[in-house]
Design a protein around this ligand. Sequence first.
Ligand code: MG
Length: 485
Amino acid sequence: MTFSLDARIYSEIGLVRKNNQDSGYVSPRLLLVADGMGGAAAGDLASAVAVRALSQTDEAHQGPAMLEALAGSLANANDEIADLVAWDHRLVGMGTTVTGALFDGEQVGLIHIGDSRCYLIRDGELTRLTRDHSFVQALVDEGKITAAEAADHPHRSLLLRVLNGEPSHRPDLALVDVQLGDRLLFCSDGLCGLVNDHDIATIVGIDDLDAAVRALVAAAHEQGGSDNITVVLADVVGQSEQLDAAPARVVGAATTIKIPDVPIGSAQLDGGAAAELRDAEGDPASRAPVPGDLGVSQADPDVREALIDADGEERLRYAPTVRSKRRSWIGILAILAGLALLTAGVGFGGKAYLASHYYIGPNDQTVAIYQGLPDEVLGFRLWQLNQASSVRIDDLPPYYAQAVRDQRITPPSLEAARTTVAELEQKARICIAKRAAAAPQPGGVPSVPGVPGVPEVPGPETPSAPEAPASSPSDPTSPDPEACA
Ligand code: MG
């Protein structure tokens, strides 16, 4: 090695969060920050998975091989998150940022996804080496808002890219030459989301690494300390065998979360194991500031918990307006990303995603096929009417009528949606006939109107009743979905 790294690492819960979902890792060759998110959906697990996976790259790599190793390990972490979500669907929504670098003595190989950051401080000048994968950064890039406006934007926490098990994860990768005297800062948004770059530049100029870290964390506290704070600060120094032999250090959630060993393709659990896993959050040890304590003062834990709903705020990073009943949809992040890109006019991934989804919903008083998702994000509709029908919702069995009103029927394709509407039409005809037959007639004798497609009035147990749409939800509270009354 031409140079060595003299590094510090620190992570803490912050002043208001209920637990620390950040994780960090530092060694003579590898620097990492991961900011887990997802509220109760185990963001701490996601960040711990990322750090564990990327720590596998902590060996001698040179130049572009550093990027290959990091990208491979990040893909492994993503797969592992996907397996965990498949194992327990209540983990859907968990994700993590990852910002880190391998060091080969002359260059750093950077990997980045999310809104944690890496800064280079050279000759007293601070340069951001990463670009936030956030909604507001996209708006800034488009010239729609200024950087100052982004700092106060109500959706500044909304991310467009994170590591969340989706196959479309796309990290940024870069090789950067380093010089003697350079300083590298990696941090979660618990620091850079609260303290502006100008102030960070001033503070990070403090010579002593420990003092600089303490000052950075104190600055985040002064701004409210509303998020977990993780900082890695490293100086590029002359080669040192002692520094090169320093042991790796891990901080944050990765030190407290037990990552379950989930076999690929494992069946979904009923939650016992996952609940046990999340119970670790209740362990005071997992809430305490992590090792590497540099003496930064913290507020009383009771005060922290009283200030905000930390989990609720973390959920906002994923889905600011998506209704809770849809939160289990794996594509939520892709939807948000796609929408933001669409509104910014810079992308097509979201449009393609929405174009491939259909649902059955109400069109005034009738049944209709919609393309997209029955939600709005940031005031923008994620759906459009694809095909209307003449099937009146009130003519359907109450179970199906409610399913249509609730937009719970989600056929996998347009063809399947059309088939479903045809089936609903048949159910409506049956109910029309049944209700007409049951209605009192002037002469006291029930009559059966000629209803196309209904040769006779079927009884309640008729075997000819159409099957429920394959994609309709099974509702155990409805004993007879076909009942017309
Ligand atoms: Mg954060």
